[in-house]
Design a protein around this ligand. Structure first.
Ligand code: GMT
Length: 375
């Protein structure tokens, strides 16, 4: 099949998932055309079946707000016609689903019906999409999609709760490419981070409020009081400065490392013992699933879709949002019992195998084949 994929090319989970999906489809022989405003971060290896089309937005003095959505819709039309695409798969509703609707209408006038599949990822529904500035357009463009998927059962329910959706939303869980994590941890790297064999805790996110990074620091400070330990913080975002302030206030700065945005996160996860994700909401929590693929158990909140992936007492522990006390106690319990920790590591990997790309990508292919005009 010849498939167009539209996504955010940055470090967010939706862009990561869309890029990994495109790479997996290309490996299976499909032609995948990425349409984005810059090269997606995970699009790191050459594949003869992957094509990248940059959306450029011309500037003009009149434009205080350059019309990205129009440039995106025009690029979609151009790529679909030039490369005779079978379908368009857009990730994250805003503005991709509405731009796809416009591209579809333009092509219909030219006698061409391009199927549009929209995958909902989370904040496009639970935060931004619900805002009344966007809600009518989001509702309309989701309903106009030929197929809608959500990355968890919870997100499907949230979408029906928040928007007047008239169509079926199919759940296709996020996935992880376990083969990326099937390598030995680099011991020398672990030694640099934890020279006295301290336990390594890790958090990775975009440091937005919804991630509750301050809870991460408070949990770590409690663990640190009881056990020799280090904390790695991967990513960057608006809460980073205030997080640094809290680290200093709690006097744990010598054992906390801010690593910034990292492309090779698997090397870092592979040397880690415990992943912390105390978010206010996660539709799925792809970062936690990637940690599990690297044999790392997870302490998370029980918000949104997290209970669908993190099994309490098996792959990690769950607690109510903001319950730093329970999360700290669970972390200490796990990290101070080597046999328990090893069992949880095995369980985490087994859970990640259930969400392996080989199990999930065929679900997308099956969906595509319903709409595909094979030529
Ligand atoms: O987590 C974020 O804020 C980024 C966001 C995105 O759209 O890139 O992530 C969402 O999509 C991911 C991939 O489907 C999910 O794993 C995340 O749970 C989801 N984030 C939220 O729901 C807050």
């Amino acid at each position: 099949m010849r498939i167009g994929i539209v996504c955010y090319p940055t470090y967010g989970g939706s862009g990561v998932l869309a890029t990994e999906l495109g790479k997996a489809l290309a490996d299976k022989g499909h032609h995948v055309h990425f349409i984005t405003y810059q090269q997606p971060v995970r699009l790191d290896a050459f594949s003869a079946n992957i094509f990248y089309h940059e959306v450029s937005v011309p500037s003009y003095p009149l434009f205080d707000y350059p019309p990205y959505e129009l440039a995106l819709a025009s690029t979609m039309v151009d790529v679909i016609l030039k490369h005779d695409l079978h379908l368009l798969h857009v990730h994250y509703a805003i503005p991709h689903a509405s731009a796809a609707y416009m591209a579809k209408q333009i092509l219909l006038k030219r006698g061409r019906n391009i199927p549009v599949i929209t995958t909902l990822h989370g904040t496009d529904i639970t935060l931004v999409g619900r805002d009344k500035t966007y809600e009518p357009v989001v509702t309309f463009s989701i309903n106009e999609s030929d197929a809608i998927t959500a990355v968890s059962q919870n997100l499907r329910e949230e979408t029906y709760r928040s928007f007047a959706i008239e169509k079926d939303i199919q759940v296709i869980d996020n996935f992880v490419d376990n083969s990326r994590y099937n390598k030995k941890p680099i011991n020398a790297f672990r030694k640099v981070i934890a020279p006295h064999d301290e336990k390594i805790l890790i958090h990775a996110s975009n440091f937005r409020k919804v991630k509750r990074v301050k809870d991460v620091i408070n949990i770590f400070a409690n663990v640190h009081e009881k056990l020799p330990s280090k904390l790695l913080l991967v990513g960057d975002g608006p809460e980073r400065r205030s997080t640094e302030d809290l680290v200093r206030k709690l006097e744990v700065q010598d054992d906390v490392r801010f690593l910034g945005k990292q492309e090779q996160i698997e090397e870092i996860l592979l040397i880690s013992d415990l992943f912390l994700l105390p978010s206010e909401y996660e539709s799925f929590g792809l970062a936690a699933m990637e940690a599990m693929a690297a044999n790392v158990p997870v302490i998370s909140s029980n918000a949104g879709g997290l209970p669908e992936i993190n099994i309490n007492g098996e792959t990690g522990f769950l607690a109510d949002v903001g319950d730093v006390q329970t999360m700290s106690e669970d972390a200490i319990k796990l990290l101070s019992d080597e046999a328990l920790l090893q069992q949880f590591k095995i369980n985490a990997k087994e859970q990640a195998m259930k969400f392996d790309l080989h199990n999930i990508v065929p679900q997308y292919e099956k969906l595509y084949s319903r709409f595909c005009r094979m030529t």
